[in-house]
Design a protein around this ligand. Structure first.
Ligand code: CP
Ligand code: NVA
Length: 307
């Protein structure tokens, strides 16, 4: 049976394996691995990307495999061919599909029709590969998730949804501070709460950024305007202004706390330059770890032993 990674929840059973393997792959730094020799990864991107595209392409090459990049514009998808037909056709050529989509419904449709593993490279609901890299980064910095509090401050978006699920799965306390009108997805909140409870952790959504920052070991934020939401611009920026991560807000967190951001960042909006460019920031480790974490996921889903 093929295995997809559409949600962070799809990593739940394998999270320790994936994090362990990602850390090992990083340490080994082998750029001419053969784990995916002869395997081809199709990559459909409906939205822009720097990190996700390049880390998948470089990672696949380092495992001995190939990638084929398709933007919506260049493929027949842009001229109305259905997602289902596209998935069925690509499944005859490639061994896995990475998809960055505007809509989660399209992501599910592609995964349903494809007969090869599908990996969500971001949609409007989730960004699971980002969270695998983020958990790896926290592991590197803190050694374990035990007793940690992660505070997400800003827009309750795809990254926030996935992060709440990731924190719950590894048993880390999670508190999102968002404006009431920009809360995370209710389904993600409910799942995160129930999984966190089983793992002895808490998952909460509040409106006060100070409440979230107090006692946090990790402060995380993301852009206020996600791709595809450009129309919400000005009004949303106003609602989010009090959620700017300043050095003052950082000082409410625990000693030794780290600052995280999935990037791309907007200095002066969601985060102050002195925070993202300061000593507590681990944002470039996160970006690097995208490649290592995704290599671990690709091996899990596409190596010959995975079939
Ligand atoms: N963090 C992230 O997914 O970045 P890109 O949009 O550059 O891929
Ligand atoms: N929330 C952002 C993340 C970008 C990597 C977006 O969806 O645009």
């Amino acid at each position: 049976m093929k295995k997809d990674v559409i949600s962070v929840l799809d990593l739940r059973a394998d999270i320790s394996d994936i994090l362990g393997s990602a850390l090992e792959l990083k340490k080994r730094n082998d750029k001419s691995g053969q784990q995916l020799k002869g395997r081809t990864l199709g990559m459909i991107f409906e939205k822009s990307s720097t990190r996700t595209r390049v880390s998948f392409e470089a990672g696949m090459l380092q495992l001995g495999g190939h990638t084929i990049y398709l933007s919506q514009r260049d493929s027949q998808l842009g001229r109305g061919e259905t997602i289902g037909d596209t998935a069925k056709v690509l499944s005859r050529y490639v061994d896995g599909i990475v998809y960055r989509a505007f809509s989660h419904a399209n992501m599910l449709e592609l995964a349903r029709a494809a007969t090869v593993p599908v990996i969500n490279a971001l949609d409007d609901l989730e960004h699971p590969c980002q969270i695998a890299a983020d958990l790896m980064t926290i592991m590197e910095r803190k050694g374990s998730f035990q007793g940690l509090k992660l505070a997400y401050i800003g827009d309750g978006n795809n990254v926030c949804n996935s992060l709440s699920l990731g924190a719950a799965i590894v048993g880390m306390d999670f508190m999102a501070a968002t404006p009431p009108e920009h809360r995370p997805d209710p389904g993600a909140i409910a799942s995160a709460r129930s999984i966190a409870e089983k793992n002895g952790a808490v998952s909460e959504v509040v409106t006060s950024p100070q409440e979230a920052a107090r006692g946090a070991d990790v402060i995380y934020t993301d852009t206020w305007i996600s791709m595809g939401q450009e129309d919400e611009g000005r009004e949303k920026m106003r609602a989010l202004a009090p959620y700017h991560v300043s050095q003052e807000l950082m000082s409410m967190a625990n000693k030794g706390s780290i600052f995280m951001h999935c990037l791309p960042a907007h200095r002066g909006s969601e985060v102050a330059a002195e925070v993202i460019d300061g000593p507590q920031s681990v944002v470039f480790d996160q970006a690097e770890n995208r490649m290592h974490a995704q290599k671990a996921i690709l091996i899990k889903l596409m190596a010959p032993s995975a079939r």
